[in-house]
Design a protein around this ligand. Structure first.
Ligand SMILES: [Zn+2]
Length: 173
């Protein structure tokens, strides 16, 4: 079996098409990112703080019937929280199906015990983790470049190209 990993170029295209037209404010607000992306595709993306046990991932994406939920570690810093959410967002836009569908009622009733059981199943392949991490870092790097306005240096040709392709996307330029 060969690698199922997408190329960096393919991920960059995915990142660009995902962010294009969302008209996000800067600096990046991951909750706004989830909200706008969910609005555009007509299926909400809702991050929810949850006290996750140690030894399991800090975030988990649950695909319910009519919405996606990102459970993220409640007891952490805002920076880490943002990293967790954007990592799960990477899994989402990459189409990494994991847990299957849960009903909203099932989610509401999610006990610590059942969530622990669910979390034990969240072992993505290394390829999928790599893709999610690449997407997360691309989104964060892009937001930082757009926020600080340093896209004019030669080192950032790639990002400038990305920004150009976002023509009309005011918040990012
Ligand atoms: Zn992951």
């Amino acid at each position: 079996m060969g690698s199922m990993r997408r190329s960096e170029r393919a991920l960059r295209v995915l990142c660009r098409t995902t962010l294009k037209g969302l008209d996000l404010d800067l600096p990046l607000d991951v909750f706004q990112l989830c909200e706008r992306y969910g609005e555009r595709r007509g299926r909400p993306v809702t991050p929810i703080a949850h006290p996750l046990p140690t030894g399991v991932p800090n975030g988990i994406w649950l695909a319910a019937a009519d919405a996606d939920y990102f459970f993220y570690q409640a007891n952490t810093s805002p920076l880490h929280r943002d990293q967790i959410i954007i990592h799960e967002f990477g899994h989402l836009i990459a189409g990494h199906q994991m847990l299957g569908e849960l009903s909203v009622e099932g989610l509401a009733a999610l006990s610590q015990e059942s969530s622990d059981a669910a979390l034990r199943r969240t072992c993505y392949s290394d390829d999928r983790e790599w893709e999610a991490e690449m997407l997360a870092s691309m989104i964060l790097a892009w937001a930082e470049e757009a926020s600080t306005g340093v896209g004019a240096t030669a080192r950032h040709d790639e990002l400038r190209g990305l920004q150009r392709l976002l023509g009309g996307h005011r918040g990012w330029l």
